[in-house]
Design a protein around this ligand. Structure first.
Ligand code: 13P
Length: 252
């Protein structure tokens, strides 16, 4: 058991989905949770960060980006900086998602640099780790996660703000999830690894599970050891679905 209890967070990652009309889902969610017992976060595509932050102003739902550049500004066409996300109204940023690692060649080192940039800008980084199916089948899961955690996180982190998401690559968008024992094994190991490196304060870091979380399986996942919330893709797009996950976390 953790000495200090971690904050609970239900986070939605809209990925490359959503146009202005989709903001109605965000405001509907905020209306369902005027006084939530857990933290709620939506990370829309970059084009919607500012309008979503405006639409949710005064509500209890926070907004985050899905990536930021490691540099503060400069000649990086198509990229956005951590400061720009803050300026647009974001409080969080997802970093090192497996889709960015795969699609954009992001290495652990790049993710660590981005985590520094986000922290310096005052954003809460949601740093993602996770093994592939090949790695799991080869029995390498814990070693892969330890290495990703070690190299994707800088020495200087803000323990009050840092969030970690464990997302097995093979569970993302597939409807497959690890067994609860497998989730507990990874989350317990991540907690121990983080406490080892950062001290007792790391007991307060929210450890999210991500990969095919739905309203129907959320409660059992949230009852699992060292799971403090979820990073949700598909089921975060509609308030009707995501609200079921938020409720399950409130009741966990
Ligand atoms: P799904 O919930 O659609 O499986 O996506 C998980 C994810 O990658 C969230 O970042």
């Amino acid at each position: 058991m953790s000495a200090q209890k971690a904050r609970k967070l239900a986070a939605g990652n809209w990925k490359m989905n959503g146009i202005k009309a989709s903001l109605a889902e965000a405001t509907a969610l905020a209306e369902m949770f005027p006084e939530p017992k857990v933290d709620i976060l939506l990370c829309p595509p970059a084009t919607l960060v500012a309008p979503m932050a405006a639409a949710l102003f005064g509500s209890k739902v926070d907004v985050g980006g899905q990536d930021c550049h490691m540099k503060a500004s400069g000649a990086h066409t198509g990229d956005i900086s951590a400061e720009m996300l803050v300026d647009a109204g974001a409080d969080y940023v997802i970093l090192g998602h497996s889709e960015r690692r795969a699609d954009h060649g992001e290495t652990d080192h790049i993710v660590a640099e981005k985590t520094i940039a986000a922290t310096m800008a005052g954003l809460a980084p949601v740093v993602c780790v996770g093994e592939t199916l090949e790695q799991r089948e080869a029995g390498e899961t814990l070693g892969v996660i330890r290495k990703q955690l070690s190299a994707s996180l800088p020495d200087a982190v803000d323990l009050e703000k840092l969030v970690i998401a464990y997302e097995p690559v093979w569970a993302i968008g597939t409807g497959k999830i690890p067994t609860l024992e497998q989730i507990a094994e990874v989350h317990d190991d991540m907690r121990a690894t983080l406490v080892d490196r950062y001290g007792d304060g790391a007991n307060g870091i929210p450890l999210l599970y991500g990969g095919s979380v739905k309203p129907g399986n959320a409660a059992e996942i949230f009852a699992t050891s060292n799971v403090d919330g979820a990073l949700v893709g598909g089921a975060s797009l509609k308030a009707a679905d995501f609200s079921g996950i938020v409720k399950a976390l409130e009741e966990a």
